[in-house]
Design a protein around this ligand. Structure first.
Ligand code: NAD
Length: 370
């Protein structure tokens, strides 16, 4: 298979972990006989420094002409005081909009060897396997007006929560489709006791549910969902929610499994290439120190092989390499208990690569003796 992959490393640890994903994909391509062509584009603070624009037009074109996009992370204190249109995060919001990335899928499952790294008790966290489906192009983050203003002669501020009904239908339908391939449960999270937008969200979920009689729909208020994720995460299968609730809940869910650095995500496009990124940010506190955990980014690359290219065996091979390396006790600093030996980012990437290629060697030996 020949595929074009756009790589947008971004800022901070983005470049360190994106390099890991590229190396692992190259190893997978070598093992399974594919050709992946990587082309790099700028986004975020680095793009502001080099071009004056958090998302240069060339980057958008590169992505649109690729089969899939890999993104590291954007942002950092260097650009925190920039005006809103010149902030790194603006590049992120714009690429979501330009590529029509309407759904962000964040799986949260526990690697059994990491149960000790979770802040929750082993008996609470074990068996957790949920997927948060977050709406990505509407809600408070895109509604207009979003500005400082005056009200009755005094300083005021407004942000707008805006959704078209069809945007709500689209994301809820997607979550039902996915639940059909999992454990057939959808939890729709809203704030219907307060917000009109949530009442429309809830009604829409009920309407969509009629088309999927074999899937169980439950509604949960967002404040309760935040609590239930800690109290009993095993109760969830697919959780679908609007943009800002999803942003917050998925970060909360991410630490249940041990570290923000572990979790991949996939952003699904309505028409163009999908985008894959770890859920963490640019982690300026550890950038350039070779201590970032590259596994969220590497697992995002595995999702890319599965969802964009239909390469299930290759995706599973990468996921197995990650599990095996964790099983063997290898840990980056964010996962290790204090006093235990840790691996740097580059060393962890090298271990995953070796494990991935060793699987091939073992398969060849087994083949020779079969
Ligand atoms: P963050 O995710 O960058 O970091 C939070 C904490 O987790 C930090 O202590 C960091 O060291 C740690 N961490 C994150 N990823 C890690 C990894 N792979 N390995 C080990 N430790 C890791 O969130 P933040 O500190 O709130 O934000 C920093 C910058 O990133 C901000 O500018 C923010 O706007 C940006 N950000 C970008 C994205 C994105 O690009 N998608 C997402 C979130 C935050």
């Amino acid at each position: 298979m020949i595929r074009k992959i756009a790589v947008l490393p971004g800022d901070g640890i983005g470049a360190e972990v994106a390099q890991g994903a590229v190396e692992i994909l190259q190893a997978a391509a070598h093992r399974f006989g594919h050709h992946f062509h990587f082309q790099y584009g700028e986004i975020g603070g680095t793009a502001i420094d080099n071009t004056g624009n958090p998302l240069p037009e060339e980057t958008v074109e590169l992505c649109k002409n690729s089969d899939a996009v890999l993104l590291g992370a954007v942002g950092g204190p260097k650009w925190d005081k920039q005006p809103p249109h010149l902030r790194p995060e603006r590049g992120l919001l714009k690429i979501r909009n330009d590529l029509q990335l309407y759904a962000n899928l964040r799986p949260v499952s526990l690697h059994s060897s990491l149960s000790e790294s979770s802040p929750l008790k082993k008996e609470v966290i074990e068996g957790t396997d949920l997927l948060i489906v977050r709406e990505l192009t509407g809600g408070l983050y895109f509604g207009k007006p979003s500005e400082r203003t005056t009200y009755e002669g005094k300083e005021a501020v407004v942000d707008t929560l805006f959704y078209q009904k069809e945007e709500i239908e689209r994301i809820i339908e997607l979550s039902f489709e996915i639940a059909g391939k999992r454990n057939k449960k959808v939890t729709s999270v809203d704030k219907a006791n307060v917000l009109e937008s949530s009442r429309v969200w809830r009604e829409t979920a009920e309407e969509v549910a009629k088309k999927y009689p074999d899937i169980e729909l439950t509604h949960m208020l967002v404040d309760n969902a935040a609590m239930q994720l800690i109290k009993n995460p095993r109760q969830f299968d697919v959780v679908v929610t609007e943009n800002m609730f999803g942003d917050i809940l998925s970060d909360e869910a991410s630490v249940l499994t041990g570290s923000l650095g572990m979790l991949p995500s996939a952003s699904i496009s309505a028409s163009g290439p999908h985008l894959y990124e770890p859920i963490h940010g640019s982690a300026p506190d550890i950038a350039g120190k070779n201590t970032a955990n590259p596994l969220g980014m590497i697992l995002s690359a595995a999702s890319m092989l599965r969802l964009s290219f239909g390469l299930e065996e290759e995706a599973q091979a990468i996921e197995k390499a990650v599990s095996d390396v964790l099983e063997n006790g290898s840990r980056t600093a964010d996962l290790a208990h204090s006093g235990k030996e840790t691996l740097g980012t580059r060393e962890m990437i090298a271990e995953i690569k070796t494990s991935l290629l060793d699987q091939e060697a073992i398969a060849n030996i087994m083949g020779a003796y079969a």
